[in-house]
Design a protein around this ligand. Sequence first.
Ligand SMILES: [Zn+2]
Length: 266
Amino acid sequence: MQFALVDNIRREASPGLKGICDNCGSTMISKCGDRIVHHWAHHRIRNCDPWWENETEWHRKWKELFPERCREVLHVAENGEIHRADVKTENGIYIEFQHSSMNDEERLSREKFYKNLVWIVDGLPFINNFHIFHGLPCSRSEVAKDLVWYKSKKGMRGTESGMFWRISENPDLTSKMVLLDTKTDRKSLLESSYKGDHQYDWVRPRQTWLEATCPVYIDFGEEYLVKLENYPMANSSKINTIKIIPKKRFLEDITSKRFIHEIGDF
Ligand SMILES: [Zn+2]
């Protein structure tokens, strides 16, 4: 943890300092080695919050984008259950930064516990399995209302650059044969309707994130985040897509909005 109570004041770890956990009251020992992120650890016991993940440099960098009072904030549920959120914004949005893999059960419990929660997942461990392909028109745009896309697959070149058919050219939706649109210039489709949506293929995905009920943003160490989305199409089916959201925009939204669905909604 980044903070522990020393004489009742939240302090960062520094060599030789002892503190107290603000949740369980145990003694906390400062860990300040050369090769580790300086932090506090419970003395003799594991972290009193079973959801707590050991902090990496990545966690710390993210948390430091938020004011100190917003980091490591205890949340008490109506039934008395207590957990420590990585960040709680001034407006009551919770953020959890997740580096390790996670099982469905824990993911769901945390979503139910915090409710107004966004996940930020460290994408570097699986960056080589995550392929981002062609852009899509915003699903709410006029042009999108006529298009049905094929899911992009790594190695299937047609789908990597965008393969679709039009409802207007295939009025019989029960037919198994469709006429592909090969005429339309893909760039012109996006001219006035691109809002960061893309197709992608995640080989050996971490399935739990695809089933999350709270928004999932993946951080590949770039200037943008990759938000997992479901893209509704003209024939009422959906495909998994992503939305590219500049980090700057994300940070503006997450500190000014009150609800998770208002973030990156442009
Ligand atoms: Zn504790």
